[in-house]
Every structure is written in structure tokens, then in C-alpha cells.
Design a protein around this ligand. Structure first.
Ligand code: BDP
Length: 326
């Protein structure tokens, strides 16, 4: 009945919040992600935005450009480097070309398990690498889970490396993955994630490799129905902030962002575990041919030359990664 503006302290607080939100020093952090809302990464960044908003009294908020609205991950990273975009969440897979050392995480079977990967990225090595991003114009805020990646294609189940012969497999935009594919006997073709569905549909490639949640949410099973559990890569996600923008923020605000980022990582890991299980169950229900009969030792052996070649380059890092438990 009444549309009177509430008086007193309620109004005072509302006006104060509005003034801060729109006022000097307020920052709406634009952050991009190739995944849709509802995916663990986008939800974790939304959670981070809520935390920041609450803790800063409206000074900071996050606006998510999800579902590849801003294109692929390579472009997103470039935008962040330029300061045109404040933040992005990408796969470590595309960070290797910016800070080479990240390629130590992009080698096939370099991590023995998810636990091993966690111990590495949460420990000294992971934190050291995040700090190295500064030379690339990026502030590394944290890692997130992405499980293990396996092959899928439209032709047949993959049991051993020989099954990949003659197959064109889309890989992330990083030359290291092209070498990985050659090592396994297939052909790796780098294509942006936002162009992949069409590339498979039109036969530019026969398949790709990814974790079950990406395969499922992107509906790649519609055009590539054989999913084989090779689990050849455990590549974490990473979220980064623009150094250009970061350097203009007061240290206490930088600290607040770092703390919220830590909580976002934790949140994503919880969401991830549930999503992975759900995706596998859904895929089975959709009639996808999931092949668990994979000769993993043969894949590990076939990729040894790639690990050796790059292992030389990242020797110290790899020795340290191997020494981490898990
Ligand atoms: C997904 C990652 C996403 C990558 C994508 C890819 O979450 O960041 O863009 O793989 O293969 O698992 O490009």
C-alpha cells in the first residue's frame, strides 16, 4: 500500500551503501570464464564477489562474463594483461605460453593423483609460480580443480596409444600439447574452446580431450560419443588479476582480495567434487560410450619422451614436483 521511503537508520545505511558502491574508489571487477554459471569455477568466483562486496561494504563487486561472452582464454589473458579486464579464470594449460614454468604442470602424467597436484599447487612450488606471473602482467590469485582430462572422439574407444593414430584431436592453445599428441601417436590441433563444438561437428577434428564436466556441459557428447578414461593430464584451473589494475589498489584491499580468493578456491573444490560425480552419472544415462578399459601404463610410456624433452628444460621444478607426496 505504502511506497514511502523508510526513514531513519535503514535509509541511512542504504544511502551509505549506494554512495560507496557508486562513489570514488569503487570497483566492479569484471571477470571472464568460458563456462556458464552453475559450473564450479563461475560459482566460486560469484562467491568471491559476494564475500568482497560484503567485506568492503559495497566498494568491490565482481561482474562475471561467463559462457565465452568474451571469447576464448588466450584473448581473455591478453585483456587482463592490458588492464581492459580485471580478472579471468582460465586453465593452466594456456598460461604456459606466458610464464613458461607453468608447462611443468602441463606435462602428461606429471601428477600422480589429484592429491599430488593439490600438494604441489598449495605448497611452495605452486605459490612460487603464482608469483612469477607478475612478469607477465598478471597477479596469480589461486588455483582451482579441474580433475583429469581424457580423450573423446566420434569414431572409436581409445584403449592404447595406437588407437590415436590417424585421429585429429583438438588440444588447448599451447604447443606443448601438440607434442604430447605426437608422442601418443595422434595429431594435436590447437583450437580455442569456444570453437570446438563446431570443429568437431564439421570434422575439422575427430575429437578432443577434457574432464567429464566440460565434456558434459558443453554437450560435446552430441558430436563425439566415445569417452575413454586415459586421464593423461591433471591441469588445474587458475584465476588471475590484472597487475595494471592491482597496482592502483591500496595494500589492505589487495589483502582482502587475496583472502576472498583463497576462500573461492576452497569453495570451487567442494563444488568440483560434486560436479564430477554428477557429470559421470549423467553421461552414462545419455548413452555415451564410456570406456574404462585403458592401458594407462602404455600411455605413460608413450609420453615419456615428452616428459624427458621438457623435463630437461624444467628439470629443477620436475624433481621438486616428483618429491612432493601424494
Ligand atoms: C576446461 C577448462 C577451461 C578450458 C577448457 C579447454 O575448465 O578453462 O578452456 O577445458 O579445453 O576443462 O579449453
Amino acid at each position: 500500500m505504502s511506497n514511502r521511503i523508510p526513514a531513519g537508520p535503514v535509509l541511512g545505511a542504504a544511502v551509505a551503501a549506494m554512495l560507496t558502491a557508486g562513489g570514488a574508489g569503487a570497483l566492479e571487477i569484471k571477470s571472464s570464464d568460458v563456462h556458464a554459471m552453475g559450473y564450479p569455477t563461475t560459482e566460486a568466483i560469484a562467491y568471491m564477489g559476494d564475500l568482497l562486496n560484503e567485506r568492503s561494504g559495497g566498494k568491490y563487486s565482481i561482474k562475471i562474463f561467463h559462457s565465452m561472452q568474451l571469447g576464448g582464454e588466450k584473448e581473455a589473458l591478453e585483456q587482463v594483461q592490458l588492464g581492459a579486464l580485471e580478472m579471468t579464470r582460465v586453465s593452466v594449460g594456456v598460461v604456459g605460453p606466458i610464464v613458461d614454468d607453468f608447462n611443468a604442470f602441463n606435462l602428461p602424467y606429471v601428477f600422480r593423483s589429484i592429491e599430488h597436484m593439490h600438494n604441489v599447487v598449495d605448497g611452495e612450488i605452486g605459490q612460487e609460480l603464482l608469483a612469477r606471473l607478475e612478469v607477465g602482467g598478471l597477479i596469480g590469485l589461486g588455483y582451482m580443480d579441474a580433475g583429469a582430462r581424457s580423450f573423446y572422439n566420434k569414431i572409436k574407444p581409445i584403449r592404447e596409444p595406437a588407437d590415436l593414430q590417424g585421429l585429429k584431436i583438438r588440444v588447448m592453445q599451447n604447443p606443448i600439447f601438440v607434442e604430447m599428441m605426437s608422442g601418443m601417436g595422434g595429431t594435436g590441433i590447437p583450437i580455442a574452446f569456444n570453437e570446438l563444438y563446431t570443429a568437431m561437428q564439421t570434422g575439422v577434428v575427430d575429437g578432443a580431450e577434457n574432464n567429464p564436466p566440460s565434456y558434459s556441459t558443453q554437450k560435446h557428447f552430441e558430436v563425439a560419443g566415445y569417452y575413454s578414461l586415459t586421464e593423461h593430464l591433471i591441469v588445474p584451473e587458475i584465476f588471475v588479476f590484472s597487475k595494471k589494475v592491482w597496482d592502483t589498489l591500496p595494500p589492505e584491499d589487495q589483502q582482502m582480495i587475496r583472502e576472498a580468493a583463497k576462500e573461492a578456491t576452497k569453495k570451487e573444490r567442494e563444488l568440483w567434487a560434486a560436479m564430477e560425480q554428477k557429470a559421470m552419472a549423467e553421461l552414462q544415462g545419455l548413452g555415451v560410450q564410456i570406456n574404462a578399459d585403458v592401458d594407462k601404463p602404455a600411455f605413460i610410456a608413450a609420453t615419456a619422451p615428452v616428459r624427458e624433452k621438457f623435463g630437461e628444460k624444467y628439470k629443477d621444478l620436475i624433481v621438486r614436483i616428483e618429491a612432493v607426496e601424494g
